[in-house]
Design a protein around this ligand. Structure first.
Ligand code: VGL
Ligand code: ZN
Length: 201
């Protein structure tokens, strides 16, 4: 068992990010058995859940003439447009049925405001609006995080970089993550995480 100051954060292991889902990450479901096994070692397990209203502004369907994976400028910066995914209450937003959610102490939902996306478990995409996870972890005395899940180059990357910036010691288990990899986003994410002081193993 790991000490009480360490938490496992399982990012977005939801149907829509697994094969057959609306924004499927290649091999997204392969990592689930080992994530389940790893979660048995931690006294603190936190899940994140991408959780969008049906008219979320990160959806290409909300921008006339735009296709998924194109970008738009939002007030907070450039936003990639996605296929509709992880709509609140939908089957696609549910955790993959293979994921053992029983060990989770907290489920943090993100991306629930129409006007702003939230890749990170800590801040929305303006990098300013907090989700509350920092306070939860710090008030529990947790200072060390292990991150796993989907997708390496978006939600895992943003969460890991923010966590490092907030002073947590962060390890990303790359073998327990899978990426989308659009236009070199995976190598850019690896660089960003390394530069932020995230340990990648
Ligand atoms: C994610 C794109 C859009 C992720 C979430 O979980 O990495 N990516 N929403
Ligand atoms: Zn999303």
């Amino acid at each position: 068992m790991r000490p009480d100051n360490e938490a496992l954060i399982i990012i977005d292991v939801q149907n829509d990010f697994c094969p057959g889902g609306a924004l499927a990450v290649p091999g997204g479901d392969e990592i689930i058995p080992d994530i389940n096994a790893l979660s048995e070692d931690f006294s603190a397990v936190i899940l994140t859940q991408d959780w969008h209203p049906a008219n979320h502004r990160s959806f290409a369907s909300q921008h006339s003439g735009k296709a998924p994976f194109e970008t738009v400028e939002m007030p907070y910066g450039t936003q990639v447009l996605w296929p509709d995914h992880c709509v609140q209450g939908s089957q696609g937003a549910r955790f993959h049925p293979g994921l053992n959610t029983n060990r989770a102490d907290l489920i943090i939902r993100k991306g629930f405001r129409r006007e702003i996306d939230s890749y990170s478990a800590f801040f929305e995409n303006d990098r300013l609006t907090p989700t509350g996870l920092e306070g939860y972890l710090k008030t529990r005395g947790i200072d060390t995080l292990v991150l796993v899940g989907l997708a390496t180059d978006f939600c895992v990357n943003y969460s890991a970089v923010d966590a490092a910036r907030l002073g947590f010691a962060v390890t990303v288990r790359e073998d327990l993550c899978r990426g989308i990899d659009m236009d070199g986003s995976l190598s850019a994410a690896r660089r960003a995480m390394t530069q932020a002081g995230v340990r990648m193993i």
